[in-house]
Design a protein around this ligand. Sequence first.
Ligand code: PSU
Ligand code: MN
Length: 315
Amino acid sequence: MKQNRHPDLDIAPEIAAALTERRPVVALESTIVAHGMPYPDNLAVAREVEAIIRDKGAVAATIAVLDGRLKVGLSAAELEYLARSPGIAKASVRDLPVLLARGPDGGGDGATTVAATMRIAAMAGIRVFATGGIGGVHRGAELSGDVSADLTELARSAVAVVSAGAKAILDLPRTLEMLETLSVPVIGYGCDEFPAFYSRLSGLKVPARADTPEALARILAARWRLEDAGGILVANPIPAADEIPAAAIESRIRDALSQAAREGIAGKDVTPFLLARIRDLTDGESQRANVALVRNNARIAAEIAGAFVLHWRQG
Ligand code: PSU
Ligand code: MN
């Protein structure tokens, strides 16, 4: 099958068949499993999210790097291995060549971030991807220079990322500015404000809004008729019943940020450190919100994927 011809790519047969037949497929990342939540909740959530996608009539494609192979679709044992291995590398796009070159004998395993998952999904021909929140411009980036490669990948890979916005630990106004600079469409799903991950509101307007999967599918198809192949950020707010108002969580975020600064946490360790600290400081409430928004994103992503394949087939 065409998708399997790439020398580094292993696409599970069920997913390859769905892609060939133009049935809906939704990609899922693995950093959220290995580094975003502790075991065993991470495994339960990963399985549940795959089930939500299946119940909506789409095929779930969880992506990771294992034994130096780009894996699209994981077995139950592979998913469990990722969930139980907190020491596994967090792999963004820059890390992929090193992991591939190591191969099976030299530690060629990695949990893929939004950026790396987008790249691999695009290589496989998967157009819709559900996550929690994307990485972006960190607070204090004017000094640290810490800007997630999730943003530059959104400018580059032809994948729609369904998220609850960017993580609240970030500098959201600068993240939106950067997305504008990178010419990435940001579409509010049923909302006019850019959601703030744990909360529905950020005070920042989204440049455009869509209210149905069909409306989004039309935007996706139009994006990819243009002569560039970048991505789209779909901003889908956390359900009202599950949100933590921004005012309630902001002081916890600040506490976690100052602890990270005191302990000299930098680079790729920043995001996992902050998520874990905020989970402790909120007695697990932040993680309950995180799980709720991931579920919600999976549901919407499956609906968008369904609408998109119809649109794509009809041309
Ligand atoms: N959102 C979550 N949990 C996570 C992440 C996002 O709810 O663990 C991960 C994603 O994989 C995202 C990464 O791509 O954090 C961003 O890390 P960085 O800021 O180092 O690029
Ligand atoms: Mn970073």
